[in-house]
Design a protein around this ligand. Structure first.
Ligand code: SAM
Ligand code: SF4
Length: 498
């Protein structure tokens, strides 16, 4: 039974081993004091901080606290400009695309903001069979996606063995692309799921997942306990806080953190994300692969999600993106389809590096459109329902290459290796080439005529830039391989990378 299963989920020793003198790395009093003591920061101090970010170094908490206290609009212009520069230095002009796949809405928890919570009787419960997972994967591949994030509620029926089966199914699906007829598949499956024990995490590692993502939701203990009833699994703050530490120890070195904005003061949460990053960096030599900052949107059966104590305005949302970009220069920043297109455009220009498109959040909704249309009972609400092709065209108009690159983890460039390369702005060079190769595939296999027209222009400009760059000129073998692979893709080969 679920009650029996729940007793064995949390392994106390796997929390205690990470405490220092019995304490967490989140010290609330200290964070509050750091924010309060950084009022009216000296503009020269702020400019020094911007220079530090531009040298691709994680900021110290006092420095981030100073950024959080800037009020002058002129200084904010400088901050925003520096954020975009940092992004360009590390991630150049690429946007990575992915699609979420909701596998099950069964859940034993009662998070006040979520439509999947157990007590929500309005939610129609469903867990996809492997055959349904296959159909969903086919539909997502047919859109042009190469990267998925698989999302699960916490429940014995969707425990790690179900996740492993799901990952195997996803990786086994091959389709013919609609325009070119070439073979296409999902090349990277990431996971967003509840915290797990090391033993379960090792199974995920063996199944070949990309990133393991767990959002702390809020780093503020009292708020955490208020919105996650303490008699539930999720009610254990520390089991969640060290979920990614356990993942690192289990060999999963691509981990992703996040906070759910709207529960507590956004400035505090930004500090929490930074402390989480610093603790991972200190202990494992590598910080988070990505940071997410979803804002709560209305969910069925959740009065809290319609009545938020700390609603984050669009203006503050943009500030938090710029500050996170500067505070953790190497981390990918994810803006999701929860946000409206216009705001997404703005935050892409402030530092976001990844987004989803053609997103469906109903269980089974990619392969059965009606499921999504009928669905007024959702886990949350979508702000940008556009197709992948429309979003790719839009970002191409903004000058961004869409990337489906999955080369990094397949070539062993993960964890410490990739983060080190990012901080020396080297991984970006590989990504630049791989982005062009995967964008080439998309243009040939899926793009509408309008997107293809804009994309062709952009890709030629990008190749001309690559050819002119000294880094590549000094590496003739790399360039030879790139040119050969680009040509091979035009001739019909697929899944080539560097
Ligand atoms: N059950 C797992 C967990 O809680 O970690 C993973 C799945 S949960 C559906 C994924 C994320 O959705 C949560 O971590 C939370 O941040 C986000 N979420 C839940 N309710 C939301 C809402 N109303 N609006 C926006 N995001 C929400
Ligand atoms: Fe369950 Fe996750 Fe939703 Fe909480 S956020 S109710 S744990 S699915």
């Amino acid at each position: 039974t679920a009650a029996e299963w729940k007793k064995d989920v949390i392994v106390r020793d796997e929390i205690d081993k990470y405490l220092i003198d019995g304490k967490d790395f989140i010290d609330e009093e200290k964070i509050h004091a750091q924010i309060a003591n950084a009022k009216n920061p000296d503009p020269e101090y702020i400019r020094g901080i911007l220079q530090k970010s531009l040298s691709i170094k994680t900021l110290a908490p006092e420095e981030t606290a100073a950024l959080l206290n800037v009020e002058s609009p002129e200084l904010w212009d400088e901050i925003n400009e520096a954020a975009l520069q940092v992004k360009k230095k590390v991630y150049d002009n690429r946007i990575v695309f992915f699609a979420p796949l909701y596998c099950s809405n069964l859940c034993v928890n009662n998070c006040e903001y979520c439509g999947f919570r157990e007590e929500n009787c309005d939610e129609k419960r469903r867990i996809l069979t492997q055959d349904e997972i296959r159909k969903e994967t086919e539909s997502v591949i047919d859109e042009g996606h190469k990267r998925l994030i698989l999302v699960f509620g916490e429940h014995p029926r969707s425990d790690v063995d179900y996740m492993v089966d799901t990952i195997n199914t996803v990786y086994s699906v091959y389709r013919d692309a609609p325009v070119s007829g070439r073979e296409a598949n999902i090349r990277r499956a990431n996971i967003n799921a509840a915290p797990m024990s090391s033993a379960k995490l090792k199974k995920l590692k063996e199944a070949g997942i990309g990133t393991y993502q767990v959002f702390q939701e809020t780093y503020h203990h009292e708020t955490y306990n208020k919105v996650h009833p303490t008699n539930t699994l999720k009610g254990d703050y520390r089991w969640r806080l060290y979920a990614l530490h356990r993942a690192m120890d289990a060999g999963l070195d691509d981990v992703a953190i996040g906070a759910l904005f709207g529960l507590y003061d956004w400035r505090f949460e930004v500090m929490g994300l930074l402390y989480h990053t610093i603790d991972l960096e200190n202990r494992f030599g590598v910080g988070p692969h990505t940071i997410s900052f979803p804002r709560i949107t209305p969910a069925s059966g959740s009065s809290l999600s319609n009545n938020l104590p700390h609603q984050v305005s669009d203006e503050d949302f943009k500030k938090l993106v710029a500050i996170l970009r500067l505070s953790v220069p190497t981390a990918g920043l994810i803006v999701t389809a929860r946000e409206q297109p216009e705001l997404k455009r703005e935050v892409i220009n402030l530092g976001c590096t990844q987004t989803d498109a053609s997103t469906r959040i109903g269980i089974g909704a990619y392969s059965d459109q009606k499921t999504e249309e009928d669905l007024d009972k959702k886990q949350f609400t979508i702000g940008d329902p556009r197709d992948l092709d429309d979003v790719i065209r839009e970002v191409a108009e903004l000058g961004y290459i869409s990337s489906f690159c999955t080369a990094g983890y397949r070539c062993g460039r993960t964890g410490e290796t990739i983060m080190g390369m990012l901080s020396h702005c080297v991984e970006g060079k590989f990504c630049k080439l791989n982005a062009v190769l995967t964008f080439r595939e998309y243009l040939n296999d899926y793009a509408s005529p309008e997107t293809k027209a804009i994309g062709e222009e952009l890709i030629l400009k990008e190749i001309a830039e690559i050819e002119a760059e000294p880094y590549f000129a000094e590496r003739p073998h790399l360039m030879e391989k790139f040119r050969a692979e680009y040509k091979d893709i035009l001739l019909g080969k697929r899944d080539l990378y560097l």
